[in-house]
Design a protein around this ligand. Sequence first.
Ligand SMILES: NC(=O)c1ccc[n+]([C@@H]2O[C@H](COP(=O)([O-])OP(=O)(O)OC[C@H]3O[C@@H](n4cnc5c(N)ncnc54)[C@H](OP(=O)(O)O)[C@@H]3O)[C@@H](O)[C@H]2O)c1
Length: 337
Amino acid sequence: MTVPVLPTARLGTDGPFVGVQGLGCMGMSDFYGPTDRPEALATLDAALEAGVTLFDTADAYGFGRNEELIGPFVRANRDRVVLATKFAVERKEDDPSHRGIRNDPAYIRAAVDASLRRLGVDEIDLYYMHRRDPAVPLADSVGTMAELVRAGKVRQLGLSEVTGAELREAYAIHPIAALQSEWSVFARDVERTAVPAAAELGVAFVPYSPLGRGFLTGVFQAAEQLAADDVRRTQPRFTGANAAANAELLAPLREIATARGVTLAQVALAWVHQRAEVHGLTVVPIPGTRKRSRLAENTAAATLRLTAEELARLEPVAGEVAGDRYPDMRFTQVGRE
Ligand SMILES: NC(=O)c1ccc[n+]([C@@H]2O[C@H](COP(=O)([O-])OP(=O)(O)OC[C@H]3O[C@@H](n4cnc5c(N)ncnc54)[C@H](OP(=O)(O)O)[C@@H]3O)[C@@H](O)[C@H]2O)c1
């Protein structure tokens, strides 16, 4: 099968051009059940061949192992890969459910050096603050991130799960190239303040979990279908009566997919691209996969066009979703809006 090469888009006003769809690497080391290292590495290479250039990791994924996994691939393709990683989520290997949020300058300075060491590179192309700790002023956290740019450790700055007001405040301290937050047919709370602020400032939006963590593809419909240690078993949307009710909401996606001869995943990804057009902002979704077999399908979705009638049928879906995105919504931008 010939894989169409992706069009490109720019991250921020002076950031790099990237394929309009990136690759989320998280599941290759953590959270979504068993992983297959050779297949994951082959997926990285195949993604690059398909025109994907933005590769997304974080220091928290697999307790640093995700950065170690992709490091050799990044180094072997340093002139083509745009490497994004993140700091702020502190985890404990002996207590996997623990999540601490750290935004203090000393933590950030140590975190970037640890990421550079694990990745084996001199510079990170896009460095995100993964979560905001509102107790730490943005002048301190983003101010410290700006120091990393001046020190040549980081090229561009990004934020994740911040409100529109926080994005504006951060941007006044240092230009922000990308905002990465959850955005999908099932998760649209970002459209209230974060998306309009990003559009106004010229910040690229990088939707994470654009496939609703896989639920929008129809591959699982209940938490019980997932591995015992899969983190989605703890997420309110995928458990009990919520999962059953949410599975019903896939009906319009399934009808559109069948009528168009495409997959549910493709409908979900095309929706994100076209929704961003409505808001007038650059969008680079980062669907996550551990498998080469998904790549042609997912990249083809970037150029699939849904009709106005199809978009209208998907419009009410998010408003009907049962259950929050996370067990504790204080870790998201909605908790501070
Ligand atoms: N900033 C943040 O707080 C944050 C939070 C979550 C995620 N992220 C980033 O965003 C990336 C993407 O999000 P995500 O992985 O949570 O969710 P996602 O992209 O919505 O969905 C990933 C799931 O969908 C499956 N999948 C992918 N393509 C498919 C297809 N064509 N058909 C059927 N299933 C398919 C994957 O399984 P297979 O692996 O089996 O294909 C995986 O289980 C992550 O990898 C990570 O880099 C960031």
